[in-house]
Ligand binder design. Structure first.
Ligand code: C2E
Ligand code: CA
Ligand code: CA
Length: 898
């Protein structure tokens, strides 16, 4: 070994000498003390101290030696002797070279030069050392340091060899495992972090950094760095999890979190801590973990979740615009910088559906555009039904007219996929925009197609819903609001009252004799009339009012603006009556419609929908009962009447069985001869508690509740039996007229029933006359057939209440009608109204010309009889001759008239 030390001494003796001198010096100092006792004590102490030093050095687990400046050994301890394998006496005075101990040179030689070059004063080397005494190996850390005396002369070099085998082994182990880990990390493409909890320093692997877009030399090595890159929302929970793991309350640390990429994007990271070093106090001192980039998987998961959520929204009926926005956001999340839009096509126009990320001005510019072969991407795709991919909005001719709206917002390319219904109808378009010119890659194209498909489900559902709503809330025939819409409006007005205290009125309108129009002119004519009535009602109502058609010929108006007199319910009702009564032409015929109106006021007549409607309906019924073509306000009294009607309905069903019905008979007289011309059977009902119920009360009820057929059959049977009985007794009264309701007349069983009846009661067909109202006088093949069949049986037919309905002489010519029974209305007016006279005359003349006999009904005065005679009327019926009579009184009446 080459020594570089200054003040080198050349001999072993001189160094010893120097030590000796130093000791002597101390001794002299001690001996100069005057107190021999102290001196003695001191000397003893000194001696024992030297012995102590010697012992310590000898027993030290470290190798200790001292060399002089020439490298000759001055001192060494037992461990050193064991190591070198040469007795101490042979070591002292020798140098490393002369000692010839190979393990010694191994221990000291390696890298010593370099170590000294680094630090000439103190150097440390570490080496594998094999002990010569027993051959075992240790890793020895050698420290060699120079010793100087007070004058700065080099005394020698102190060497200490410390056994670091255990530390070395664990270091090696750790190093190995870290190497393996690093390799594993690199292989697994995971980022690694290694956090020293005591210093808060963290090692981030290059992969960890690159995952977030950083170079290996970037980012500070602090835990703070790590944490600052975590998404603010995820920071607290992640930190909490780490703490729990460190504290030992959680067994694992595994967390998914969002981290910020250098370019601003979100990277989804799965973090796992898999190793914790704990100190003797069981405190964690080191945490090692991995980061895996799970962005792709996470995005796919999120996409699937969102997709499922959207399907759920569709299924649960969330409004379409909200879903359109979600769809746009879903696909925008798939591609950075992408912006999506959904446009709906309605009557050839593009309507804004949803585009949460597109600028409002742009959306407004597109909204309402007519589609066509060159109207941007979406206008074109909805027009052609094909996908349109525009790479550059600025240069593509399809965007020539629209680009000024798109370019200022940075939109540079637009791809559009038509949104089609399951039947292939184009419902709209899905558009994808980027701020740079581009054509879609495979993934983008797939997304464009799947987005359009998803949007189509929503759009188709929305269309169906709109259609359903329209169907439910609009009356298709008239375009007015429907019954459902009325109910909703009334409910809303009731709710509104609680807040605004706005009263309102409900006008229940029913056309008078609409059934007659339907039956005589056909349903198409009826529909035309209803449409016209709807228009007229709208003319009457202000914008504030609400007009609905409930069903058939029933309409309803909700009047809300009733402050002024002219808008009062009465004024509006009056205007409705007037407006509706203007004559109109229907199928070449002029008719004068009329209506009846029931009015209910909120809140006086009812505070809920059902009560209000019932009140208005009850008032309407009263208007009808009072003679139609008028309005009636609801009164509680009307409810009593309604209850009466209800009772009629209830009791009527059993009236026949309980034999509460009976017949009365009203004779008809030949005006020329004064002889009996026939007799009309009229039904009567006496109820034990309700008393006599007039036919005007129970016949319409019977018609309404489907009781008219059994009732009329009973009347027919009873009347025919009566005829048979009279004939049997010699009273040849004929024919017996029976009133037949139109519906029953047209029933398939009717003619067979009559046939059977004649056979059963054994009366001749000519003795039976059927009275039907004008509504059956239609040139409908089915009606013609009934007339013909009855005619061939030999039964005669009279048209009752002639002149009040919608029949015409023209339609009569096809039918086999025997008599026209002029309505009492004309007879009543005859004496005072010239017009009635003129009408009667022409009806009688025309009837005669067509071969019909003429009967006048409701004749009450002699004057009327005279006039009817002059007009050539054949037969008359009325109180003047006789009120309807009970069966047993008839023979008496007839005695002189047969
Ligand atoms: P209708 O067929 O027009 O019968 C004539 C009605 O006028 C009868 O009323 C009769 O009593 C009444 N009448 C007769 N002469 C006069 C008169 O000089 N002055 C006045 N003021 N009235 C007179 P009624 O019996 O109350 O019958 C009313 C209506 O009820 C009938 O009108 C008819 O439409 C219906 N009806 C009655 N019985 C039956 C039936 O058995 N079957 C069907 N389907 N309807 C019936
Ligand atoms: Ca009649
Ligand atoms: Ca009549």
């Amino acid at each position: 070994m080459t020594s570089h030390f200054p003040n080198r001494q050349s001999s072993k003796t001189s160094s010893f000498q120097m030590l000796e001198n130093a000791n002597q010096e101390i001794l002299t100092k001690i001996l100069n003390f005057n107190n021999p006792a102290i001196t003695k004590q001191f000397l003893e102490t000194l001696q024992s101290k030297n012995a102590l030093y010697h012992k310590i050095i000898q027993n030290s687990p470290d190798l200790i030696w001292l060399k002089d400046s020439n490298g000759l050994y001055l001192l060494c301890n037992q461990r050193f002797v064991d190591f070198v394998g040469i007795p101490e006496s042979d070591i002292l005075g020798q140098s490393d070279t002369t000692l010839k101990a190979p393990n010694l040179s191994d221990l000291l030689k390696v890298n010593a030069e370099e170590a000294i070059a680094l630090d000439p004063i103190v150097y440390v080397i570490e080496n594998q050392a094999t002990f010569a005494n027993d051959g075992h190996c240790e890793v020895i850390e050698v420290t060699q340091s120079p010793l100087y005396d007070e004058a700065g002369n080099l005394l020698g070099i102190l060497g200490i060899g410390h056994n670091v085998t255990i530390r070395k082994q664990s270091e090696l182990k750790l190093q190995k495992s870290e190497e393996r880990l690093a390799l594993a990390m690199r292989g697994a493409n995971d980022g690694l972090w290694d956090w020293n909890l005591q210093t808060d320093e963290v090692y981030y692997s290059p992969r960890w950094k690159s995952m977030l877009g950083y170079e290996p030399h970037e980012l500070e090595h602090h835990f703070r760095t790590w944490l600052n890159l975590v998404h603010p929302e995820d920071k607290a929970p992640v930190l909490e999890q780490i703490r729990a793991y460190i504290a030992g309350t959680a067994h694992t640390f595994e967390a998914e979190m969002r981290m910020q990429h250098k370019d601003g994007q979100i990277v989804y990271v799965l973090s796992r801590a898999f190793l914790v070093h704990r100190n003797l106090d069981n405190q964690a001192i080191r945490l090692v973990g991995t980061h895996v980039d799970i962005t792709e998987r996470k995005k796919a998961d999120l996409f699937d979740d969102k997709h499922a959520e959207i399907l759920k929204m569709i299924a649960t009926g969330i409004p379409a615009p909200a879903i359109y926005d979600e769809i746009a956001l879903l696909y925008e999340g798939q591609h950075a910088g992408l912006r999506c839009s959904m446009l709906e096509l309605e009557n050839g126009r593009l309507l804004h559906g949803g585009a949460p990320s597109l600028p409002k001005e742009y959306c407004e510019a597109v909204h309402g555009l007519e589609n066509g072969p060159e109207v941007g991407s979406c206008g074109t795709s909805t027009y052609t039904g094909k996908r349109v991919l525009v790479e550059n909005i600025e240069t593509d001719p399809k965007w020539a007219k629209l680009k000024s709206a798109a370019l200022p917002h940075g939109l540079r390319c637009c791809w559009s996929e038509p949104i089609k219904s399951s039947s292939g109808e184009v419902l709209g378009a899905f558009g994808m925009y980027y701020n740079h010119p581009a054509l879609p890659n495979e993934e983008e194209l797939n997304d464009l197609i799947s987005a359009a498909r998803l949007a189509s489900i929503v759009m188709e559902r929305d269309h169906a819903q709109k259609r359903i709503r329209q169907l439910a809330y609009t009356d298709i025939l008239t375009g007015l609001a429907s019954r459902a819409h009325l109910y909703q409006t009334v409910e809303a007005s009731i709710q509104g009252y609680k807040r605004y205290h706005h009263r309102f009125s409900l006008l229940y309108i029913d056309l008078d004799d609409f059934k007659g129009v339907n039956d005589s002119l056909g349903h198409d004519a009826g529909d035309l009339l209803l449409k016209e009535i709807a228009k007229r009602l709208q003319v009457v109502c202000s914008k504030l009012d609400f007009v609905a058609r409930l069903s058939g010929d029933e309409f309803c108006i909700v009047l809300r603006d009733m402050e002024k007199e002219e808008y009062s319910a009465a004024a509006i009702a009056q205007r409705c009556l007037k407006q509706i009564s203007y004559p109109l032409e229907l199928c070449g015929r002029y008719i004068t419609p009329a209506c009846s109106i029931g009015i209910a006021n909120f809140p006086e007549d009812g505070t809920d929908l059902a009560t209000l409607l019932k009140a208005a309906d009850t008032a309407l019924y009263a208007a009808k009962a009072k003679g139609k073509n008028q309005y009636v306000f609801y009164e509680p009294e009307l409810t009593k009447q309604a209850e009466y009607r209800f009772q009629i309905e209830q009791y009527l069903r059993q009236a026949i069985e309980k034999k509460e019905l009976y017949l009365v008979f009203q004779p008809q007289i030949h005006l020329k001869t004064g002889k009996i011309a026939g007799i009309e059977a009229l039904a009567r009902w006496h109820h034990p508690t309700l008393g006599n119920i007039p036919p005007q009360d129970f016949i319409p009820t019977a018609e309404r509740i489907g009781m008219i057929k059994p009732l009329t059959e009973w009347v027919l049977k009873t009347a025919c039996k009566q005829v048979a009985s009279w004939h049997h007794k010699g009273f040849a009264v004929s024919p017996m007229s029976v009133n037949i309701s139109p519906e029953h007349f047209l029933d398939n069983d009717f003619v067979p029933f009559i046939q059977h009846l004649l056979e059963e009661t054994k009366i001749k067909a000519k003795h039976l006359n059927l009275e039907v109202t004008e509504s059956v006088v239609q040139t409908n093949p089915k009606n013609l057939e009934v007339f013909q069949q009855l005619k061939s049986l030999g039964v005669s037919i009279a048209i009752d209440d002639f002149g009040t309905g919608f029949s015409s002489f023209a339609s009569l010519k096809h039918l086999t009608v025997d008599y026209l029974k002029l309505d009492k209305y004309f007879i009543d007016d005859m004496a005072i109204d010239r017009k009635s006279q003129v009408l009667l005359r022409s009806m009688i003349d025309m009837g005669h010309n067509l071969g019909h006999g003429i009967i006048a009904e409701g004749v009450e005065t002699v004057e009327q009889v005279q006039m009817l005679r002059q007009l050539g009327c054949d037969v008359a019926q009325g109180y003047l001759f006789s009120r309807p009579l009970e069966g047993k009184k008839v023979p008496n009446f007839l005695r002189d008239k047969i």
